[in-house]
Design a protein around this ligand. Structure first.
Ligand SMILES: Cc1cc2nc3c(=O)[nH]c(=O)nc-3n(C[C@H](O)[C@H](O)[C@H](O)COP(=O)(O)O)c2cc1C
Length: 375
């Protein structure tokens, strides 16, 4: 964050007072917000090379092939792609896009088949890579916004994808001003919709669905962290899951910061239809490890669960947002875990969902998207 630290979100408590040094990863996440107006311009060749390398590292960690992610930075190509995105009904949500001055886009390109699957996990992995990239770009001082209001079939044609692929979502990015100001669409959406978040207590449970997570007064805890861990460093650290390390459980403050990183993540239309169950109970950890066939001892697990039932008006939408929004939060949780010196592993395809849902006593309508194991 070369250009300073902009506070876009209100945190539940001032975590910095507990750290000897500012926790850089938290600053990055707090500074991130959706931008819908950019300064006309290109990204430098050096930054583009770094960006490509980062996407490669993230794709490896998250289990994506590079074909699932398309980076476009050519100023000549972007207008044609945005015209295609704008065609039809869904693209009309973002009339500002064609005149936004963005420097580039990163699109998810996936098979059309999972659109109709009961558990469409194919959306999860590229969503994590894109969110990793959002945080990387934020750290570099760039603005980003996730977009699913686009015509994904038309975009696929312009991008030259095979006939059975489409673009369910993308981010655009570019240079921005320092903070939202003036009367414009960007500022209006930021102030009226984007900045708000549900309170931590409303979205976080302890061990099982519905079990309150207390936020006690804390006077003297200290967080001993290497505060300067960057997004890239955290990602690289997480790649070492198999490393020898004694498992440890998060402290109260660490649990809170991990949950906070999910809470301030972006979600489609800022709906935040998510909950996070912070699991530390020994017997439950043992049972979940058994279901996941995880050989390593875990100090904690975060169950990331999404609401799948939709209001009548939204039924028939082609994007399973629970399989995009929750993985976005999982990207944030794991990057924060790395910064707090936890190794974290994400389980999505490995989950026997019915068994996990019933172990966690989920209410109907809620489903486990992913589990994050911590050690
Ligand atoms: C999957 C997804 C799709 C989104 N689609 C759009 C979109 O089409 N248009 C838009 O203006 N914002 C879109 N957003 C941005 C959200 O509105 C924004 O993240 C949310 O309001 C929270 O604000 P923040 O990102 O500033 O924290 C999308 C976000 C996500 C995660």
């Amino acid at each position: 964050m070369e250009r300073g630290y902009f506070k876009s979100k209100q945190l539940t408590r001032d975590y910095h007072t507990f750290c000897p040094n500012p926790l850089r990863m938290l600053d990055v996440m707090v500074a991130r917000r959706s931008w819908r107006k950019y300064r006309e311009g290109k990204i430098s060749a050096a930054l583009e090379t770094q960006l490509k390398n980062f996407i490669k590292t993230s794709s490896n960690l998250r289990g994506c092939t590079e074909k699932e992610l398309l980076l476009v930075t050519g100023k000549k190509q972007l207008p044609g792609i945005f015209e295609a995105a704008y065609k039809g009904f869904s693209g009309k949500i973002n009339p500002w896009l064609r005149k936004s001055g963005t420097a580039g886009l990163l699109a998810m390109a996936i098979h059309k088949r999972p659109r109709h699957e009961e558990r469409p996990t194919a959306y999860a992995f590229p969503s994590m890579v894109v969110q990793d990239t959002v945080l990387w770009l934020t750290e570099k001082g760039m603005g980003t916004v996730w977009l699913a209001g686009l015509n994904g079939d038309e975009m696929a044609k312009v991008l030259g994808l095979p006939f059975d692929q489409w673009v369910p979502a993308m981010i655009v990015f570019g240079e921005t001003g320092r903070s939202p100001s003036g009367i414009n669409l960007d500022n209006m959406i930021y102030k009226s919709i984007s900045r708000k978040r549900k309170p931590l207590q409303e979205i976080v449970y302890r061990d099982r669905y519905g079990q309150a997570f207390d936020i006690p007064e804390i006077m003297s805890q200290r967080l001993q962290v290497n505060s300067s861990v960057s997004v890239t460093e955290s990602l690289e650290y997480l790649s070492g899951w198999k490393k020898k390390k004694k498992a440890r459980s998060p402290s109260q403050l660490e649990w809170e910061i991990l949950a906070e990183s999910a809470r301030i993540s972006p979600s489609a239309a800022n709906k935040q239809q998510w909950k996070f169950i912070l699991i530390q109970e020994k017997a439950l950890l043992r049972d979940l490890r058994g279901l996941l066939k995880e050989r390593r001892t875990l100090g904690g697990i975060i169950a990331c669960i999404g609401m799948t039932s939709l209001p009548l008006l939204e039924r028939g939408l082609e994007r399973p947002f629970w399989m995009i929004d929750l993985p976005i939060a999982i990207s944030s949780i794991t990057l924060m875990a790395g910064a707090l010196d936890f190794l974290a592993r994400v389980y999505v395809d490995e989950i026997p969902e019915q068994q996990v849902n019933s172990l966690l006593q989920l209410e109907s309508d809620w489903r486990t998207v992913g589990l994050v194991g911590l050690r």
